[in-house]
Unconditional design. Structure first.
Length: 175
């Protein structure tokens, strides 16, 4: 008789983010895991982590959504937390899109992982204590280079040739 096993999205294995300690291997990407999300139904979201993109899947009030974010859109890799438990986080400008990479109490292990994740994604290592908010990005606007409306009413000036004085000793006449 064949044993029938229940199939889940994680192949029957407990998801990587289900316990208190989360540890993802940067050399085994792509990886899929569940993480805590206070806004989502069931307080969990599913994260797919690839070398060049991150896909966040969650349901809010029954509405399923998937958000695809390029890794280059993230600000950097940061170390957060207190002395007893620290977390390594892939930080985005929007805090709801930040992704936990590793949670541990071992500071030395986290520092090594911090350097590896930062190098893997080609993102800076952020010091959360000294971090300032990022400058607001300007929107890409097709008519941004057009002259302003009040200047459109005015006639454009004509550049004229200025006289050039060669071979003279003084520039200013003193009379």
């Amino acid at each position: 008789m064949k044993a029938v096993r229940r199939q889940t999205s994680t192949s029957g294995v407990a998801p990587a983010g289900s316990s208190r300690s989360l540890r993802l291997d940067p050399l085994s990407l792509p990886v899929r895991f569940d993480a805590h999300d206070p806004r989502a139904d069931g307080y969990t979201r599913q994260i797919e982590l690839h070398r060049e993109r991150v896909v966040l899947r969650r349901a809010v009030r029954g509405m399923q959504m998937a958000i695809n974010v390029r890794v280059s859109d993230f600000v950097g890799v940061a170390l957060r937390g207190n002395d007893e438990a620290q977390a390594l986080v892939l930080v985005h400008r929007d805090p709801s899109l930040s992704v936990p990479l590793q949670v541990s109490a071992d500071g030395e292990e986290l520092n090594e992982a911090w350097a590896i994740w930062s190098e893997l994604f080609a993102l800076p290592q952020l010091d959360e204590g000294a971090r300032k908010p990022a400058a607001r990005r300007r929107r890409a606007n097709a008519i941004r280079t057009r002259r302003p409306k009040f200047l459109m009413r005015r006639r454009a000036g004509v550049a004229r040739e200025l006289p050039v004085h060669l071979g003279e000793h003084e520039i200013i006449a003193r009379n």
